[in-house]
Design a protein around this ligand. Structure first.
Ligand SMILES: NCc1[nH]cc(CCC(=O)O)c1CC(=O)O
Length: 304
């Protein structure tokens, strides 16, 4: 077989790292690959908060279009950026072994935690969880790719900024002062990469098979099932994390109000088979706690 698999990637440092990781793995299994750079709208539109753009697949849209047009054979996405429903004809080819799923606080000293502080993030989920824990703090908008955000943090007078650990670790950008936010529930599938291809591309589907990490697939599928049941196509402060430790599966899921005052949560652990298929049930528990009303308030506040 002498087919060359064209791997679509965005051109941020993190996207290139992720695409190269997939390329190296495929080559280990004897495939030939090349990277194809595709410009994504998420990198271009920066003057409006993401949630106002009303597009859940903003980071993945352009690569998916290139895939549908046949310009590339596979696309590598940060799985947390992939909408819970894939475009028609596009299928999950592999989910790679997850990196660090947690969020990190990059800071200039932690004294501000017990006082007033300004924390930078563009994420509704991080903002709400931060304000829930530190109601006296102020959140300032911070967007752009990881490099841009870190640079903005360095040049502004903010006390801290929140990042996905996996993003900083992958491109070796861990700054001098940071702490892992173990208490903060990450975005569903944070730290995992999903490779997608076309349903009818049996060559790529077969080639991607060995790259799949079953444990990551089980955990992220559960987290996304929880998200899908709750969100109903709307961005909201939702977090979910599933971990398997010594054959026991642990799950935590949350939904907060935008201002962080209200927090609904569900926690469980148990047999992998049982917990892995309870994503919808966990979301329904949140809905029973007041989640349906809260979601409609969030939608109204975001102007949807
Ligand atoms: N939404 C942007 C995004 N998408 C994936 C990552 C990092 C890698 C990951 O979490 O898988 C980031 C950066 C961040 O949230 O700080």
């Amino acid at each position: 077989m002498s087919k060359v698999i064209r791997i679509g990637t965005r051109d941020s440092e993190l996207a290139l790292w992720q695409a190269n990781t997939v390329k190296n793995k495929l080559e280990e299994f004897g495939c030939r690959c090349e990277l194809v750079s595709v410009k994504a709208t998420g990198d271009l539109i920066l003057d409006q908060p993401l949630y106002e753009l009303g597009i859940t697949g903003i980071f993945t849209k352009t690569l998916d279009i290139a895939l549908l047009k046949g310009e590339i054979d596979i696309a590598v996405h940060s799985m947390k950026d992939v909408p819970t429903s894939l475009p028609k004809g596009v299928v999950q080819g592999a989910i790679l072994k997850r990196g660090n799923p947690h969020d990190l606080l990059v800071h200039k000293g932690l004294d501000f935690l017990n006082a007033e502080g300004i924390v930078a993030t563009g994420s509704l989920r991080r903002r709400a969880q931060w304000l829930h824990r530190y109601p006296l703090h102020e959140i300032t908008e911070l967007r752009g790719n990881v490099n841009t955000r870190l640079e903005k943090f360095r040049t502004h007078n903010w006390d801290a900024a929140i990042f996905a650990a996996a993003g900083l670790e992958r491109i070796s950008l861990l700054p001098e002062q940071y702490s892992t936010l173990e208490w903060m529930i990450p975005a569903p599938a944070q730290g995992a990469m999903m490779v997608v291809t076309m349903e009818d591309n049996s060559y790529c589907r077969e080639a991607l098979g060995p790259l799949n990490d079953r444990e990551t697939e089980i955990c992220t599928t559960l987290e996304r099932e929880f998200l899908k049941t709750l969100e109903g196509g709307c961005t909201a402060p939702i977090g979910a994390l599933a971990l398997i430790e010594e054959e026991v599966m642990h799950f935590k899921g949350i939904l907060l109000s935008l201002d962080g005052r209200q927090k609904l949560e569900v926690q469980d652990h148990g047999n992998i088979e049982k917990v892995a298929h309870s994503g919808k049930t966990y979301a329904e528990e949140i809905q029973k706690q007041g989640g349906i009303k809260l979601m409609s308030e969030i939608k109204a506040q975001l102007g949807k």
